[in-house]
Design a protein around this ligand. Structure first.
Ligand code: NAD
Ligand code: LMR
Length: 332
C-alpha cells in the first residue's frame, strides 16, 4: 500500500541551498525512494517571485514522489501540518565575515519562526536548522518553542562530518563510503573539533583505525583539523557564495539517518541539545556523535577523550556559551 505523504518544510527555499535541496527531497533522497512528499516552501516577500519560479520548476520536473507544493511567504501557512522542518532561511555569511557577524540578523528570525512551528507544525515534527549560526539559531528556536521537545530540534553539522570523511578518503586514496565514525564536536564554526580518534576505514583485511592508516599524527592534529574547520570559508572564497550542493546533500543525510536510522556500527554527527554528556555544559546545542533508531537519536557514550581532545571540546563549548549570551543580547 502506498505510504501517506510526509510534509517537509524548507525555509529560505528561493535561496541557493533551497534550490539544490528541494529537488533532492522530491526525488526521495531525504526520506527514501518509496516515500511520497508534499513540499512546503517559505521565503520572504522580496523573494516571492523567485520562489514561484522554483515551484514552477518542481511542477515541470514531474517528480513521481511529489504530491503537492505549497509556496508561500506566510510562516503560518508554511508551517501548518509539517512533519519535517528544514530551516535554511536567513542571511548567509559573505567573504571576510565570521558566523558571529550574521548573528543579529538571524536569531530574530528564529525566535519568530519558533512560534509558528510550535503552534502549527504536526506533533513530533523534526526540526533541522541549517542557517547560521546554526547551533545558536537552533537553541533560540528551542527556547522560544518550549512545547516542542528538545530532542526534536537539531542543527546541521553533518556537512562538517562529511567534509572530514572526504579529507580522509582523499588522503588515503580510499572510497569515502569505506570511511566512517569521524566526529564533529561542538559548534558549526571554526572552533569545531573534527576528531578521527574513533574513525575507521574498511579494508580487505577488515576495519582499521584511521590513525593507524594515515600514520601521520602531525597532519591529523594539524592540517586535517584546520582544513575541515575552514572549509566553509574556502568554499566562499572560491565560489563567492557559500556551500550549497554539499549543504543540501548533508541536510538530506541528516534527516534520512534520523528518520530511517544509522547503519549498525556507524555513528554520525548531529547538533543536539546537550544533556551534559562528555562534560559538555547542558543547555547548549552542541554537535555530538550519535546513532539513530526508530526516529530518535542518542549520543554515543563511553568514547575515550584524550587531553588534546578535551581542550578542543571545551574551547568550542565556550564559544557556544558566548554565542548564546550574544544571541540573547541581540534579542533584548
Ligand atoms: P541564500 O541567501 O541563497 O538563501 C537564503 C534564503 O533565505 C533567501 O532566499 C532569503 O530570501 C531567505 N530568507 C531570509 N529571511 C527569511 C525569513 N525570515 N524566512 C524565510 N526565508 C528567509 O543563502 P544560502 O546560501 O541558501 O544559505 C542559507 C543559510 O545556510 C545561511 O545562513 C548559510 O550561512 C547557512 N549554511 C549553513 C551550512 C551548515 O552546514 N550548517 C552550510 C551552508 C550554508
Ligand atoms: C559552510 O560551512 O559552508 C557554511 O556554514 C557557510 C559558512 O558560512 O561557512
Amino acid at each position: 500500500m502506498a505510504k501517506d505523504p510526509v510534509r517537509v518544510l524548507v525555509t529560505g527555499a528561493a535561496g541557493q541551498i533551497g534550490y539544490a535541496l528541494v529537488p533532492m527531497i522530491a526525488r526521495g533522497v531525504m526520506l527514501g525512494p518509496d516515500q511520497p512528499v508534499i513540499l512546503h516552501m517559505l521565503d520572504i516577500p522580496p523573494a516571492a517571485e523567485a520562489l514561484n519560479g522554483v515551484k514552477m520548476e518542481l511542477v515541470d520536473a514531474a517528480f513521481p514522489l511529489l504530491k503537492g507544493v505549497v509556496a508561500t511567504t506566510d510562516a503560518v501557512e508554511a508551517c501548518t501540518g509539517v512533519n519535517v522542518a528544514v530551516m535554511v532561511g536567513g542571511f548567509p555569511r559573505k567573504e571576510g565575515m565570521e558566523r558571529k557577524d550574521v548573528m543579529a540578523k538571524n536569531v530574530s528570525i528564529y525566535k519568530s519562526q519558533a512560534s509558528a512551528l510550535e503552534q502549527h507544525a504536526a506533533p513530533n515534527c523534526k526540526v533541522l536548522v541549517v542557517a547560521n549560526p546554526a547551533n545558536t539559531n537552533a537553541l533560540i528556536l528551542k527556547e522560544f518553542a518550549p512545547s516542542i521537545p528538545a530532542k526534536n530540534i537539531t542543527c546541521l553539522t553533518r556537512l562538517d562530518h562529511n567534509r572530514a570523511l572526504g579529507q580522509i578518503s582523499e588522503r588515503l586514496g580510499v572510497q569515502v563510503s569505506d570511511v566512517k565514525n569521524a566526529i564533529i564536536w561542538g559548534n558549526h564554526s571554526s572552533t569545531q573539533y573534527p576528531d578521527v580518534n574513533h574513525a575507521t576505514v574498511k579494508t580487505p583485511a577488515g576495519e582499521k583505525p584511521v590513525r593507524e592508516l594515515v600514520a601521520d599524527d602531525a597532519w591529523l592534529n594539524g592540517e586535517f583539523i584546520s582544513t575541515v574547520q575552514q572549509r566553509g570559508a574556502a568554499i566562499i572564497k572560491a565560489r563567492k557564495l557559500s556551500s550549497a550542493l554539499s549543504a543540501a546533500s548533508s541536510a538530506c543525510d541528516h534527516i534520512r539517518d534520523w528518520v530511517l536510522g544509522t547503519p549498525e556500527g556507524t555513528f554520525v554527527s548531529m547538533g543536539v541539545y546537550s544533556d551534559g554528556s562528555y562534560n559538555v555544559p547542558a543547555g547548549l546545542i552542541y554537535s555530538f556523535p550519535v546513532t539513530c533508531k526508530n526516529g530518535e537519536w542518542s549520543i554515543v557514550q563511553g568514547l575515550s577523550i584524550d587531553e588534546f581532545s578535551r581542550k578542543k571540546l571545551d574551547l568550542t563549548a565556550a564559544e557556544l556559551s558566548e554565542e548564546k549570551d550574544l544571541a540573547y543580547s541581540c534579542l533584548s
